[in-house]
Design a protein around this ligand. Sequence first.
Ligand SMILES: *[C@@H]1O[C@H](CO)[C@@H](O)[C@H](O)[C@H]1NC(C)=O
Length: 184
Amino acid sequence: MAGARALLLLAAAVVAVLLAAPLPVAEATRDNRRATLKKICKATSFPDVCIKTAGKHVKHHRTVDAFTVLQMQVDAFAKRTVAARKRVAKKVKASRRADHGARQALILCGKFYLDVLDNLGACRRAIRHRDGVTIRATMGMAAQDMQNCDEEFRKAGEEKNPLERFNQSLGKMAEVCRSLSNML
Ligand SMILES: *[C@@H]1O[C@H](CO)[C@@H](O)[C@H](O)[C@H]1NC(C)=O
């Protein structure tokens, strides 16, 4: 009986010490976080894109792991898509009515990019639930939107997609996100 009480007191003491001690958060230095970021990005399909886009956001995160790097990528992806939509709006304004086909293609691409943003919203929710299947599905749909945009210019008889650079960087970001979702 006395033994049990002693044990209880000991347990209480341990709990008290644990509560009083500061949380053992091993906050990584910025250099450590950068090194971790590089290691994670190297395992994706486009390490350079991954490092470059996530790099700017590293300082906002205490921990760097596949989960936070994915969040950084999706943030950068959304930003770039918004920039793509602005470019589209500018180009539509500058286009001549005579270029009906190309103009229509641009307008449709603006819609496809809006759909990309919807998918990124769904992707963010899926990330919170660590739902890799849904993350990959949203990325697949975003890549499809890019392909659809490409296709519109082809159908309009244009030699090349005037949004090629956006198309390429956004496509790569979707691939990087897909790789990261496999590491969660
Ligand atoms: C546009 O992106 C899609 C999807 O990533 C890709 O299949 C296509 O080759 C890209 N087009 C150009 C011209 O880069």
